[in-house]
Design a protein around this ligand. Structure first.
Ligand code: SF4
Length: 363
């Protein structure tokens, strides 16, 4: 079967897993204005923005030959749990004969999950499946480590764009991975490539660090969040995201208590402001803001998709957290109307604010 998946973040990981299981993989194109326009046109008006973009991405994958879509689902009081069904209905109404395999929390439906695993397993021996999972997990860890390093370096690059070019090259080289040994080799080569990038020397006291929090899709997908990490980097800020795919795997899929420690720590930090899990990553959003404040970050950018109720709740609490912890937080709503010039102007003003804050603190 010709398989595709939703475009989100470092897609080379999802592609690799399906390839190692012997599928013919149709890689969805990176989302563009056309993707957004398609999603907006065929989605219900008040659906949350990620649902629309993912729909547009599915349509583009189907246009180039995908027959089956493999995706993760959601749970808790948020619309992500209905994504699979909603997308399927819309695509069928549009005339597509498509199969969507949705992996929800496995504890809710163990038999159903086993059936889905058997389909994606594609008749491969379990030994091959285990090897593929281990390889892809190692890839996710390696790529996230590299991306975190780039998030710190970009603020100091002497030749604008060097880090982004290196990142594109690195993602491409991971496309050749077949084994864990390949991952280890390419990871080393990637760090050597980054070592060669010329950087300005900046004293610790002048470093500005910004955390990016919010709903997972808009935090991780750079084509949708107007390449916020690159923009903040070009304005002189080191960035760290609240969401990385390997951390999502650790909390949601990896067995064992130790894998979940980091996320549970973040949830605990958010406990004072949101006691219940209200869907999406709202509780993590507030927990991460507290964590960034305690780690001495200079500011936080909160990304909130249009029509996302969980992030609307976290947005309403953010002024209190910002006051309690004395950390500036800016919320940027993301939807099809979001303009790059508007976001850039707001971020420039935000950077001026945190720069002045820092000067006042150190004066
Ligand atoms: S977290 Fe928000 S944007 Fe994401 S699926 Fe839920 S409601 Fe939609």
């Amino acid at each position: 079967m010709k398989v595709s998946f939703p475009y989100m973040g470092t897609t080379v990981i999802y592609k690799k897993l399906l390839e190692l299981l012997g599928h013919e993989v149709i890689e969805p194109p990176e989302p563009t204005q056309r993707t957004i326009d398609l999603g907006v046109k065929y989605s219900p008006e008040f659906a949350c923005f990620p649902l629309k973009v993912v729909l547009g991405s599915y349509i583009e994958a189907l246009e180039i030959g995908a027959e089956t879509l493999v995706t993760s689902g959601g749970h808790g009081p948020c619309r992500a749990g209905f994504y699979g069904e909603t997308h399927k209905k819309i695509l069928e109404n549009m005339g597509y004969d498509v199969d969507i395999i949705v992996f929800d929390g496995y504890k809710r439906d163990i038999m159903g999950t086993i059936k889905k695993v058997l389909r994606v397993k594609n008749g491969k021996p379990w030994r091959t499946v285990w090897k593929a999972i281990k390889t892809v997990y190692a890839m996710a860890k390696a790529l996230d480590g590299i991306e975190k390093r780039i998030g710190q370096m970009r603020a100091y690059e002497i030749h604008r764009g060097d880090c982004t070019k290196a990142w594109q090259k690195i993602k491409k080289s991971f496309d050749d991975v077949k084994t864990i040994e390949d991952v280890e080799r390419i990871e080393k080569e990637s760090h050597i490539l980054l070592d060669e990038i010329a950087l300005r020397d900046v004293p610790d006291s002048d470093r500005l660090r910004i955390g990016i929090v919010g709903e997972i899709y808009v935090v991780m997908e750079q084509s949708i969040n107007l390449r916020i990490e690159e923009t903040l980097g070009s304005l002189g800020a080191e960035v760290e995201r609240s969401q990385y795919i390997s951390e999502w795997i650790d909390f949601n899929l990896k067995p064992g208590a130790s894998a979940k420690e980091h996320e549970l720590y973040i949830l605990k930090k958010g406990e004072k402001y949101i006691q219940e899990i209200i869907g999406g990553h709202a509780k993590q959003t507030v927990g991460h803001i507290v964590d960034y404040a305690e780690r001495g970050f200079d500011g936080v950018v909160h990304l909130m998709p249009f029509a996302c109720l969980p992030e609307l709740v976290s947005q309403s609490i953010i002024p209190t957290i910002s006051k309690d912890y004395n950390i500036p937080v800016i919320t940027l709503p993301i939807d099809e109307q979001t303009g790059a010039a508007n976001v850039l102007t707001r971020l420039e003003a935000f950077m001026d604010l945190i720069r002045n804050n820092k000067k006042t603190k150190t004066a």
